[in-house]
Design a protein around this ligand. Structure first.
Ligand code: ARG
Length: 384
């Protein structure tokens, strides 16, 4: 192999071994699962040459599409993985300005919302180049409500987004309404450039006002939630390549909104409000007022989304679908990893089969990974 050794010495990059290994592993999976195993060796050789020449390599559109689907399939915390093959993948790797990226994000919201008939979708922007930071969307989701810290320490809006809201204020953004459900603008940052801020056109953000099948007073509480959960701060990794901006969405499971976003003490903390409106005795925990308010709030979420024609799944159906998914994966000869604490829904756990199943939790690639919040990038805070 003297010849190859000499040649490598004249080229600008020594092969990043780790990357080559990851590229091989994914290329193998891709060709095996897509029924083209005979193409594997040739593709790996092409990738190796590209790595040698440029220090990185470019996925074909098919590799990218399938990799995004497998990243979903591999994500141990997602209960909705039965639908992994239905993911629509938009290849936006060619976009190079924040303005164009913003337009593609608005288009993503429109296409995925689809008038309420939610489509699972991912938009993939250019990957990180070695030795540089990647493109980042600061918002953890494309649609999120502001959290305004008040002088007395309380928060108006969603406390989860109070830090982001303050970071946006530092960028010069001024609150538009100061209300409990103000949609935040998007912050997009290209490598080595300052972040840019864009307001979402309000008409592209579909929201559902909550009402209750039995309690007419419920809608007077003025509670609402957005229809589309688009996670926009995770890194998609395929074959060793990192896509640091690759926002993706499915549809909501009711408890995400009714149990967590609106119910958590650290979020909208609405259980006491609802219990009081129902007329429950809230002095003692043993009346189970929290549990009863939780059920009614979650009924309101499912009822309102369905009435508005917006796709949503209840936790019983979702956990049944997950059990189907487990069976499919077993039949396909693959192992299924799952994070039990995330798979079991946050209410009525023991009524669902997933509660009674132990799972092995492992993080495999392709997958979606957490990244540091970009506004803290120079601080020492580690990623969760
Ligand atoms: N739990 C998050 C939220 O409430 C959304 C996470 C993704 N959920 C989904 N159904 N794809 O906003």
């Amino acid at each position: 192999m003297l010849w190859r050794h000499n040649m490598a010495a004249t080229l600008p990059f020594s092969i990043p071994e780790e990357l080559l290994l990851e590229a091989r592993r994914y290329t193998h999976l891709f060709h095996k699962e897509c029924g083209t195993p005979h193409d594997y060796a040739q593709r790996v050789e092409a990738v190796r040459i590209e790595l040698e020449r440029t220090g990185t390599y470019r996925h074909t559109q098919d590799e990218l599409t399938y990799g995004a689907m497998v990243a979903w399939r591999n994500n141990a915390r997602c209960i909705g993985r039965l639908h992994w093959r239905s993911l629509q993948v938009r290849d936006m790797r060619h976009l190079s300005t924040a303005q164009d990226i913003f337009s593609a994000l608005v288009e993503h919201i429109r296409l995925a919302t689809n008038g309420g008939k939610i489509r699972s979708m991912i938009t993939v922007f250019a990957p990180q180049t070695p030795g540089q930071s990647g493109i980042r969307i600061w918002n953890p989701q494309l649609i999120r409500y502001a959290g305004y810290r008040q002088a007395d320490g309380s928060i108006v809006g969603d406390p989860l987004n109070a830090d982001l809201t303050e970071a946006m204020h530092r960028l010069g953004w001024r609150r538009t309404q100061g209300g409990a459900f103000d949609v935040l603008p998007l912050v997009i940052q290209l490598p080595g450039q300052p972040p840019e801020i864009f307001e979402l056109p309000p008409e592209c953000v579909l929201e559902v006002m909550l009402s209750h099948p039995d309690f007419p007073w419920f809608e007077d509480l003025g509670i609402k939630w957005h229809a589309l959960p688009v996670i926009s701060n995770m890194r998609l990794e395929i074959g060793g390549i990192s896509y640091t901006a690759a926002p993706f969405n499915g549809w909501y499971m009711g408890t995400e909104i009714g149990a967590r976003n609106l119910g958590d003490v650290e979020r909208y903390n609405l259980l006491p409000v609802i219990a009081q409106a129902i007329g429950l005795q809230t002095r003692s925990d043993r009346t189970l007022w929290k549990d009863r308010a939780l059920v009614e709030l979650n009924r309101a979420v499912l009822y309102s989304f369905e009435r508005a024609g917006v796709t949503i799944i209840d936790h019983h159906t979702a956990s049944r679908q997950f059990v189907h998914h487990e069976k499919h994966e077993r039949q396909a000869g693959r192992s299924l990893y799952a994070d039990w604490g995330w798979i079991v829904p946050p209410m009525s756990g023991s009524t669902m089969p997933v509660f009674h199943t132990p799972y092995e939790n492992r993080q495999t690639t392709p997958n979606f990974f957490y990244q540091n919040d970009p506004w803290l990038e120079n601080s020492l805070r580690p990623a969760l």
